[in-house]
Design a protein around this ligand. Structure first.
Ligand SMILES: Nc1ncnc2c1ncn2[C@@H]1O[C@H](COP(=O)(O)OP(=O)(O)OP(=O)(O)O)[C@@H](O)[C@H]1O
Ligand SMILES: [Zn+2]
Length: 535
């Protein structure tokens, strides 16, 4: 990240603008959860955050899908966009902007941006011949295709031959600038494997690409030639810029770029890496707009080894899962179980086992039994212990004092599963510590001070764990904090940073001893595998 990005106190992050060819599936949910977690983490540590999500609504695929369902394209888009929004509410996604590319304000931004690129002499008319995948909305090289001319990303779809006059964007002109970008900012494309993929693609030599289509009505007209329609990707990527506008601002590029630009991070799946890591920065360079902070291309959720996708139709319905298991459960599972960047299969039995082990047993029961002992042995109040007096040899304290920094590093690096592991290892340490110290025995032996130290160390470790997990499981963290006597809600995203100061709450040893604890209640009910479960 460049110095401008690290020093500014704003943080803008995007999910892809999902294509409205169908309702969302758990793959769409996966990216959005991850982006929400990053956004919540940045808000927690006091940044002013803009989380952008939305829908990409133009292009041939939408035109055809709407036609097949007997609706007008706009009606179709409205229905599906509402479906995405509904899911984000259920998943507890605290987005700030929902960018829809059929919004007329977006049209104004696209037009102005096109003009800048045109004025820079980066657009020209030429003949486009090649194989086109309508599902990808992308031309494919013959050598990329599977047998029988099928798209590798959509093995059930045949590509179509195109031979037409289109407007082209001079991508090749930006090859040296792009190479310099990747060189100067090694973090621009993450993870490493994706960066290498892009470097080798660019090294082969960049070709100009067409940014208009003929015979596609559903899209913005090319400003200089209304008989042609702008290529859906040209318009879709600009949806991020439109989203930067405040609702009451006039839709001009200057306004859009005034506060949040450059966008800090684009979170995407690896399928759309080229668009974000190659085409998009070149388009921004051409229009004289600052290039974004970076792109992270995560892996695929798969079913039986194959990418889950709307076009393939092998979807798992996230709405159904969230209704049965709750948003925290899904959020935790996806981020803990799959190393971010790699592919991962979804398996409902494993899902249930992990949640029961980590959240119901290790974390939930720990709090519950500790609060029970505090009630019995310490009159229901946080024991009067000075954390300074707990020796550095105490394993919980030793792990706890460095945990905030370690987990911060994990969130910054989008290593969510590692962050969860670090926290869970403290939680498991607590359970072990209680068994070893056996406070009930110490109490019987009249060792009141020792009992209080043990229970304090555990409560404080649970508090810290809940705080650091709050971007992932905000509801459970809220329940834990409330039982520890704080009247706060981690979902209150505008107040959270000032209510719970990050440097303080991410440290170990801050639980005040006179705090009156709340009523002990299970924070996460054990899950049962329902008969609807897929495996
Ligand atoms: N199986 C998946 N695993 C992880 N992320 C996915 C998956 N499928 C889609 N996504 C997310 O959605 C983005 C693609 O959005 P899009 O609307 O094109 O979904 P899609 O299901 O891949 O569509 P289609 O099947 O029609 O190509 C990906 O970049 C990624 O962010
Ligand atoms: Zn395809």
């Amino acid at each position: 990240m460049n110095s401008n990005q690290t020093s500014k106190n704003t943080f803008a992050i995007t999910t892809p603008l999902y294509y409205v060819n169908d309702l969302p599936h758990i793959g769409s949910a996966y990216t959005t959860i991850a982006a929400d977690v990053v956004a919540r983490f940045e808000r927690l540590r006091g940044k002013s955050v803009l989380l952008i999500t939305g829908t990409d609504e133009h292009g041939q695929k939408i035109e055809r899908t709407a036609e097949a369902s007997g609706r007008s394209p706009q009606e179709h888009c409205d229905t599906i966009a509402a479906g995405f929004d509904q899911l984000w509410q259920k998943m507890n996604i605290a987005y700030d902007r929902f960018s829809r590319t059929t919004n007329p304000r977006h049209g104004a931004i696209v037009k102005e941006f096109f003009q800048r690129v045109w004025d820079n002499d980066d657009i020209y008319l030429s003949q486009q011949t090649g194989w086109y995948c309508v599902a990808c909305e992308e031309f494919k090289d013959k050598r990329e295709l599977l047998e029988n001319n099928h798209c590798p990303m959509h093995p059930n779809r045949e590509v179509e031959w195109r031979d037409e006059q289109n407007y082209f964007f001079r991508l090749s002109k930006y090859q040296p600038q792009l190479e310099a970008l990747y060189q100067d900012r090694p973090d621009f494309i993450r993870p490493e494997i994706r960066r290498n993929e892009v470097l080798s693609f660019v090294q082969q030599g960049l070709q100009d690409f067409s940014i208009s289509r003929v015979n596609v009505a559903w899209g913005f007209p090319v400003p200089v030639d209304p008989k042609q329609t702008l290529y859906v990707w040209f318009d879709a990527l600009l949806g991020y810029v439109t989203a930067l506008l405040d609702p009451e601002q006039e839709p001009t590029l200057e306004n859009a770029l005034s506060k949040w630009s450059p966008i800090n991070l684009h979170l995407i799946g690896k399928d759309i890496l080229r668009f974000h890591a190659v085409y998009w920065p070149a388009m921004l360079m051409s229009a004289g707009v600052p290039v974004s902070g970076g792109v992270f291309g995560h892996g695929f959720l798969t079913k039986d080894g194959q990418k889950i996708s709307k076009t393939l139709g092998n979807i798992i319905d996230p709405l159904d899962l969230v209704e049965r298991y709750g948003s925290d459960a899904l959020r935790y599972y996806f981020l803990k179980e799959i190393e971010f960047g790699r592919d991962g299969d979804f398996n409902e039995t494993r899902f249930i086992n992990i949640l029961n082990a980590d959240l119901a047993n290790d974390l939930g029961n720990l709090l519950n039994r500790t609060l029970g002992m505090v009630k019995k042995y310490c009159q229901g109040q946080v024991p009067k212990v000075n954390p300074e007096e707990i020796g550095d040899k105490n394993g919980l304290k030793a792990a706890g004092v460095t945990l905030g920094d370690r987990v911060t590093c994990a969130y910054e690096g989008l290593q969510f599963s590692q962050g969860c592991e670090e926290i869970l290892s403290l939680v498991r340490g607590c359970n072990k510590y209680i068994d070893e110290q056996a406070p009930w025995k110490l109490y019987k032996q009249g060792e009141q001070q020792a009992v209080e130290q043990v229970l304090y160390a555990v409560l404080e470790s649970v508090r810290l764990s809940a705080y650091l997990l709050s971007p992932i499981i905000p509801n459970i963290s809220t329940a834990i904090y409330q039982q520890l006597g704080y009247s706060i809600d981690f979902n209150d995203q505008t107040a959270i940073a000032s209510a719970l100061n990050f440097p303080t709450h991410s440290s170990w040893g801050i639980l005040e001893s006179d705090r009156v604890l709340g009523e002990a209640k299970p924070v996460f009910a054990r899950l049962e595998l329902s008969n609807q479960a897929s495996s």
